[in-house]
Ligand binder design. Structure first.
Ligand SMILES: Cc1cc2nc3c(=O)[nH]c(=O)nc-3n(C[C@H](O)[C@H](O)[C@H](O)COP(=O)(O)OP(=O)(O)OC[C@H]3O[C@@H](n4cnc5c(N)ncnc54)[C@H](O)[C@@H]3O)c2cc1C
Length: 517
C-alpha cells in the first residue's frame, strides 16, 4: 500500500468484491510479492464463522444479514415474489450457496466462442480445472440419504437415464446421481472460494482486505483511466482507493452492472435521465440478464426421513427430451426437505416431513434486463428477469414437461413407497394449461443470475467487454464474475465462475494461451 499526494491509498490491483471470482483473483495476483493487491468487500469475514462455514446451514443464510435480498419488478408470466439472494460475506455466493460443482459442458463454451469470445473454447478453458483449489468431490457415502439413493434408482428406471458416479468425469448428455460438491466430507465444512483460495494466504503482506466496505463509484485518474474507486466504510466515512495497474470488478451479476451504471458507464440515454454524467455509452450494461428458472413439486413422506445429508439437496437428474442433441435440456434437484417458500404462499399445506423435485430450464430463452431506479447508490436496482416470456413458450413447456417427468419418477419404486401424497400442485392438476399456471406461479430461481456485462465480438452492440474481459471504451477496468457470461451454461455456474477467474489471472499476467491482444 502507498499513499498518494491526494491522500488516496494506492495498490497495484484493486479487486471490487471478495466473492467467488474475487477470492480467486486476490490469491492469484498476490502470488507475486511485488504486486500490492487490495480487495474491497461489502460483507464481513467468514473466518471462524460456523454459520457460514458449515455447508448444511446454507438455507438459514437466505434472507439473513448475509443476504443483499434483491427483489424483482412484477413478473406477469412468472412469480413476482422471488427473493434473489446474493451473499454479503467474504467468498460471496460461494460462502452461502450449496456448492454443487459442475464443469461447464464443452458445448456451453463453444457457444461462447460462436459469440466472438476468442480464447474461451473448451480446449483452452476446461484444462483450468486442474488449477481449481476448491475440494470438489462426489457427495460422500455417509452423506447419502437413503431416500436420495432411492430417488436416483427410481429416476434411472423411470426415465431410462444412466446413473452417473462423477458428473465431472466426462461430459454427459443426461443422467442421474449424487452431485459433486466443494466441501470437506469429514467436517461438513465448505470449500468455498474464500476458504480454498483466501484463507491460506491471508497473511501475505502484499494482500489487503478492506471488509464491510462498499464501492459505489469508479473515478478517472489524471490520465483519464478509470483506476480509482470511491468507497463507503461501515462507519459511514468515505474515501478513494486507487489502482496503479487495474481495477478488477468482481461484484457479481447484479452489483457489477449497478456500479458501472452509477459511474456513468452504461446505456447513455437511461443514465442521463437520472442526471448521471456519461463516461461511456455501453448499451449492454444490465442487458442479457440470464437465470435458471425452476418450479417445484412437493410430496409428503410417510414419516421422518433418516437425518444424514451434505446439504439436503445432494442428488439430481438431467434429462434430454431431444435425444438428438448432445446436452440435457431439463435439470432437476431432489430436495429431501420440503422447500415450501413458494407453495405455502399459494396456500398449499406445509408437510412436516416431505421431499420435492425442482425441474429447471438449463438454457432458458426468456432473457431479462436490469436498470438503475435512480442515481442514489443506496437504492437497489430494478431486476426484470422476464420469466416465461419467450415467444415460442419454450421455458414454460420445459417446466410443464419437468413436472410431468417428476411424477413419473415419483411413481417408480423404490421412491414410490416413501411418498404418502403429492401436496403441490396435487394430483388433480393434470392438464398442460393447469401445470403451466401452477408451475409459473410457484416458480423460483436456482439463484444463477449472470450475463449482465457480457463479453463478445467487436461487432456485438451489446457486448460490454472484449474477450480479454476489458471494458469497452474505458481504460483500466476488467470485469471478472458471472456477469461476463455471454450465454448461460447448462449446469450450475459456480465452477464456471472459478474457471473465468483463473483464466482472468492469466489474462492479467499476460500469460493466457489463445488470447488476442
Ligand atoms: C443460495 C444460492 C445457492 C447457489 N447454489 C449454487 C450451487 O450449488 N452451485 C453453483 O454452481 N452455483 C450456485 N449458486 C450460484 C453461484 O454461487 C454464483 O453464480 C457465483 O458464486 C457467483 O460468483 P460471482 O463471483 O459472480 O459473485 P459473488 O460470489 O456473489 O461475489 C460478489 C461479491 O461482491 C461483493 N460486492 C458486491 N457489490 C459490492 C460493492 N459495490 N462493493 C464491495 N463489495 C461488493 C459481495 O459482497 C460479494 O462478496 C448459488 C447461489 C445462491 C445465492
Amino acid at each position: 500500500m502507498a499513499t498518494t499526494a491526494a491522500g488516496e491509498t494506492a495498490y497495484d490491483y484493486v479487486i471490487i468484491g471478495g466473492g467467488t471470482a474475487g477470492s480467486v483473483l486476490a490469491a492469484r495476483l498476490s502470488e507475486n510479492p511485488d504486486h500490492r493487491v487490495a480487495v474491497i468487500e461489502g460483507g464481513p469475514s467468514d473466518v471462524g464463522d460456523e454459520r457460514i462455514l458449515k455447508l448444511r446451514n446454507w438455507i438459514n443464510l437466505l434472507d439473513s444479514d448475509f443476504d443483499y435480498r434483491y427483489t424483482t419488478v412484477d413478473q406477469p408470466r412468472g412469480n413476482s415474489h422471488i427473493l434473489h439472494s446474493r451473499a454479503r460475506v467474504l467468498g460471496g455466493c460461494s460462502s452461502h450457496n450449496t456448492l454443487i460443482s459442475f464443469l461447464p459442458l464443452p458445448e456451453d463454451l463453444t457457444e461462447w466462442t460462436e459469440r466472438g469470445c476468442a480464447g474461451w473454447d473448451p480446449q483452452t478453458i476446461l484444462p483450468y480445472r486442474d488449477r481449481l483449489q476448491t475440494n470438489i468431490v462426489p457427495v460422500a457415502e455417509a452423506d447419502r440419504n437413503p431416500i436420495a439413493v432411492d430417488f436416483v434408482a427410481a429416476a434411472a428406471a423411470a426415465l431410462d437415464v444412466p446413473v452417473i458416479d462423477d458428473f465431472n468425469a466426462e461430459p454427459f448428455p443426461d443422467g442421474t446421481g449424487f452431485f459433486s460438491l466443494a466441501y470437506e466430507p469429514d467436517t461438513g465444512y465448505r470449500s468455498s472460494a474464500s476458504v480454498a483460495y483466501l484463507h491460506p494466504v491471508m497473511d501475505r503482506p502484499n494482500l489487503t482486505l478492506l471488509l464491510e466496505t462498499w464501492a459505489y463509484r469508479l473515478l478517472p485518474d489524471e490520465d483519464g483511466r478509470h483506476t480509482r474507486v470511491r468507497v463507503r466504510r461501515a462507519d459511514g466515512s468515505t474515501t478513494v482507493v486507487r489502482a496503479e495497474r487495474e481495477i478488477l470488478l468482481c461484484a457479481g451479476a447484479i452489483d457489477t452492472p449497478r456500479l458501472l451504471m452509477l459511474s456513468g458507464i452504461g446505456p447513455a440515454q437511461e443514465l442521463r435521465r437520472h442526471g448521471i454524467d456519461i463516461v461511456a455509452d455501453l448499451p449492454g450494461v444490465g442487458e442479457n440478464l440470464l437465470d435458471h428458472p425452476e418450479s417445484v413439486i412437493l410430496w409428503e413422506t410417510r414419516g421422518p426421513l433418516p437425518p444424514n445429508s451434505a446439504m439436503d439437496s445432494d442428488a439430481g437428474l438431467f434429462v434430454r427430451r431431444d435425444r438428438g442433441r448432445p446436452r440435457p435440456d431439463l435439470m432437476f434437484h431432489f430436495y429431501q426437505v420440503p422447500f415450501t417458500v413458494n407453495t405455502a404462499r399459494l396456500g398449499y399445506p406445509e408437510p412436516e416431513y416431505g421431499v420435492c423435485m425442482t425441474p429447471n430450464v438449463p438454457r432458458a430463452r426468456s432473457i431479462g434486463r436490469m436498470w438503475l431506479r435512480s442515481a442514489d447508490p443506496t437504492e437497489k436496482p430494478a431486476l426484470d428477469f422476464r420469466y416465461f416470456t419467450d415467444p415460442e413458450g419454450y421455458d414454460e413447456k420445459t417446466i410443464v414437461d419437468g413436472l410431468k417427468l417428476a411424477r413419473r419418477v415419483a411413481r417408480e419404486e423404490p421412491l414410490k413407497s416413501w411418498l404418502l401424497r403429492e401436496v403441490a400442485p396435487g394430483p388433480h392438476v393434470e392438464s398442460d394449461a393447469e401445470l403451466s399456471a401452477y408451475g409459473r406461479r410457484a416458480a423460483h430461481t436456482v439463484y444463477h443470475p449472470a450475463g449482465t456485462c457480457r463479453m463478445g465480438a467487436s461487432d456485438d452492440p451489446l457486448a460490454v467487454l472484449d474477450p480479454n474481459l476489458r471494458l469497452r471504451g474505458v481504460d483500466g477496468v476488467r470485469v471478472v464474475d458471472a456477469s461476463v457470461f455471454p450465454t448461460m451454461p447448462t449446469i450450475n455456474p459456480m465452477v464456471t465462475v472459478l474457471l473465468v477467474a483463473e483464466r482472468a489471472a492469466d489474462l492479467i499476467a499476460g500469460t493466457a494461451s489463445g488470447a488476442r491482444a
